[in-house]
Design a binder for this molecule. Structure first.
Ligand SMILES: NC(=O)C1=CN([C@@H]2O[C@H](COP(=O)(O)OP(=O)(O)OC[C@H]3O[C@@H](n4cnc5c(N)ncnc54)[C@H](OP(=O)(O)O)[C@@H]3O)[C@@H](O)[C@H]2O)C=CC1
Ligand SMILES: O=C(O)CCCC(=O)O
Length: 464
């Protein structure tokens, strides 16, 4: 699928710096060749029966399940997440193929009489056409399947540009689809070190009808502006800044388990990660001590070694960014009670870190940390908790822990977020709509809603 490049690029293990593989490094020309093929394959794929498309996705789901350990090993080696996180990701990623194999055969239209009585309205859904999918490195399998699954189920052809740190997983997923019977040209993976050039060339081409992007809000804004030129349809999954609210009536064990999961999944490198933790004044200091003790007990190291809980960050630039946020918090008065300084190399390691009494003006309370750093502050009452939680341009996910269900539901409604974890530290579920409000994005992935990102609605006014 990627024989269109003259150059190659190296993929390195972030824990050791060792070479993991070399892949083709596509430029503009290679990308446009892949687009030509996708455009050529589009009519037949759109005309294939929903069941035929569904069978390919279900076949790929089965193959992913069978090769779970192999794929997880690949993720560990190019992304650096722990083996447990990588195995969980492969299962999660495979479920998007199963879910959209099931949803693809349940896309329904409508027929109804116009209220005027003048005609019948026939409403149906058609594939958008060729889609460009741009994915990040933090979930190299799940972000690929979450876009490929609905695109293919809807009858679209797709070009996937993976992050240059983690192209091997995306290539492996595409190979599984081919093995499951996906026709040539329907999907191409485009590894490149020239993302801006390649993506711009594709967005300028009238054969690309849709962009689905997961990544930072800054890049998302640029791509939205580029899409405006040709009014390209978009689905944008952008940055988060999740508040984690613990009321003083919360179940302490559930809140502890939820916080560790929300903070440390993928070493904190998730848009859903708990970015800032707010505790009601009555939550005892001993509970904070338990959080610190649990984080201190985690073993940091090369995730290919047994017993390692937390791997490296994706690269040295990520470590430098996390360090800058911690230093800024210290400078404005936060207390470091665990960690706080990058670990010596080789590898891009940052230790579990806890910051207490973090003032609201600290950058870490406003910017996505993307690392295992937990800043904690206090609040007095529900109104203050909601105000603190909503004081951000982002609105992806919020977490609320309370044993008072009425309060939990009331606060969930008041939170400006596309998703809320109520007494749960994990919201991700292929069957549920994933996405944000405010500057966290546009549209939803997963669930039945996710397939409609790749479908146009057609209405025929008919008289008979
Ligand atoms: N919402 C989320 O899930 C994610 C959020 N982030 C946030 O963003 C920060 C930076 O991470 P980073 O990996 O740099 O995220 P980016 O948003 O820069 O990258 C995401 C994807 O977009 C591509 N990309 C970057 N710039 C352009 C461009 N101008 N035109 C087209 N494609 C582009 C990247 O390729 P390339 O790497 O080659 O530039 C990658 O495939 C993180 O620390 C985190 O805060 C990051 C990843 C995921
Ligand atoms: O953008 C991300 O960080 C990936 C989403 C994680 C998830 O689906 O749980």
């Amino acid at each position: 699928m990627t024989t269109l490049a003259r150059q190659t690029m190296a993929v390195r293990n972030p824990a050791t710096g060792a070479l993991v593989g070399e892949v083709p490094d596509l430029g503009r020309e290679g990308a446009l060749e892949a687009l030509e093929r996708a455009d050529g394959a589009a009519p037949a794929w759109a005309a294939a029966s929903a069941r035929a498309r569904s069978d390919v996705l279900m076949g790929a789901f089965e193959l992913m399940r069978q090769r779970r350990a192999e794929l997880a090993g690949l993720i560990v080696s190019e992304n650096g997440k722990s083996e447990a996180d990588a195995l969980a990701e492969v299962s999660y990623a495979a479920e998007y193929f199963r879910w959209y194999a099931e949803e693809g055969v349940r896309v329904r239209g409508q027929v109804f009489a116009s209220p005027t009585g003048s005609n019948q309205a026939l409403v149906s859904h058609e594939p958008v056409g060729t889609c460009l999918l741009v994915t990040p490195w933090n979930f190299p399998a799940a972000m690929a399947t979450r876009k490929i699954g609905p695109a293919l189920a809807a009858g679209c052809t797709a070009l996937l540009k993976p992050a240059p740190d983690t192209p091997l997983t995306a290539l492996a997923v595409a190979d599984l689809l081919q093995e499951a019977g996906l026709p040539d040209g329907v999907l191409a993976v485009l590894p490149t070190t020239r993302a801006a050039e390649v993506v711009a060339a594709l967005l300028e081409d009238e054969r690309v009808r849709m962009l689905s992007f997961t990544g930072s809000t800054a890049v998302g804004r640029q791509l939205l502006a580029q899409c405006a030129d040709r009014v390209v349809r978009t689905a944008m999954e952008l940055g988060g800044n999740a508040p984690f609210l613990v009321f003083d009536d919360a179940d302490p064990d559930a809140a502890l388990e939820g916080l560790l999961l929300a903070k440390l999944r993928n070493t904190g490198q998730a848009c859903t990660a708990a970015n800032r933790c707010y505790l009601q004044r009555g939550v005892p200091a001993e509970w904070v001590d338990r959080v610190v003790a649990q984080m201190a007990s985690l073993r940091v190291g090369d995730p290919s070694r047994p017993g390692v809980d937390l791997g490296p960050l994706i690269n040295d630039a990520a470590v430098a960014k996390v360090q800058a946020l911690v230093d800024d918090a210290k400078a404005v008065g936060a207390r470091v009670v665990l960690g706080g300084a990058a670990l010596e190399g080789p590898g891009s390691f940052y230790p579990p870190t806890v910051l207490l009494d973090v003032p609201p003006q600290a950058r870490i309370m406003h910017e996505e940390v993307f690392g295992p750093v937990l800043p904690i502050a206090r609040f007095d009452d529900e109104d203050e908790a909601v105000a603190l939680a909503n004081a951000t341009e982002h609105g992806l996910v919020s977490y609320v822990f309370t044993e008072d269900l009425a309060r939990g539901l009331r606060v969930s409604r008041r939170l400006q977020a596309g998703m809320v974890g109520l007494n749960r530290g994990l919201v991700s579920d292929p069957a549920a709509p994933f996405g944000g409000v405010k500057q966290s994005g546009l549209g939803r992935e997963g669930s039945h809603e996710g397939i409609h990102e790749y479908l146009e609605t057609k209405y025929v006014a008919a008289r008979w």
